[in-house]
Ligand binder design. Structure first.
Ligand code: G4P
Length: 202
């Protein structure tokens, strides 16, 4: 998606071979008009998927997920990150470990906010190793609902997340795909470039 690529070129900062900083419009300060445009693009892309709810994982996915939900005219649900298991109440939980941040949390959803007939679109800001998305998929499957699509703002195509999600049978759309990062270098991959052409790099 040209709009997002252009913004990354203008304001993104490649800090290393693995980390892209986009604090000025996604992770710290949020550009609401820009998020609205990204949400419209996700809604258009998944308009034929019969989506009944948009899910995201707190916190940076919330803004684009809300805008996507607005354009699809469906509710948005935030999967929470809890530090420990909730032992009472009707909840779905699964443990996620972040390689990028070296942290773990219990991804948590109250059962009231998902029904077996739901078709879920998951929206998140970054796709790296796919741990968070795979965890969301486990929760959705456990509830009996369907994960009908995954929309990502920035896919780091040199990490294995996209491949894992597609091998698990998921429909993935990334608005920007990053082929390579290095200090001061950001290279993009075409939207339709095959995933198998991408080097694995954990
Ligand atoms: P994975 O789920 O795909 O395996 O990703 P990973 O664990 O490696 O990354 C987890 C966290 O790190 C996520 O944030 C993700 O957005 C963030 N992240 C990964 N790569 C980058 C990057 O290159 N740049 C930036 N800015 N963030 C990155 P989170 O812990 O969920 O935090 P939040 O911002 O959503 O609160």
């Amino acid at each position: 998606m040209k709009l997002l690529e252009d913004r990354i070129k203008k304001e993104g900062q490649a800090l290393s071979e693995t980390v892209l900083k986009v604090d000025s419009f996604i992770n710290h300060q949020v550009d609401s008009e820009f998020m609205d445009a990204l949400g419209r693009d996700f809604a258009e892309h998944f308009k034929d998927a019969g989506i009944t709810k948009v899910f995201t994982i707190e916190s940076s996915g919330i803004a684009p997920a809300l805008m996507t939900a607005k354009h699809l005219n469906v509710p948005m649900v935030i999967l929470k990150k809890q530090t420990s298991k909730i032992l009472n109440g009707n909840v779905y939980q699964t443990r996620i470990t972040s390689f990028t941040k070296g942290t773990s949390y219990e991804l948590t959803l109250f059962a009231d906010y998902i029904q077996p007939e739901d078709r879920i679109l998951l929206i998140d800001d970054f796709l790296a190793n796919g741990e968070a998305a795979m965890g969301a998929s486990r929760i959705i499957t456990e509830s009996g609902a369907t994960l009908a699509g995954i929309g990502i703002l920035i896919e780091k195509s040199f990490q294995r997340g996209r491949k894992r999600l597609e091998e698990a049978g998921h429909r993935v759309y990334s608005q920007a795909r990053i082929k390579r990062l290095d200090a001061g270098v950001i290279e993009f991959l075409a939207e339709d470039a095959p995933v198998t052409d991408v080097e694995e790099n954990e």
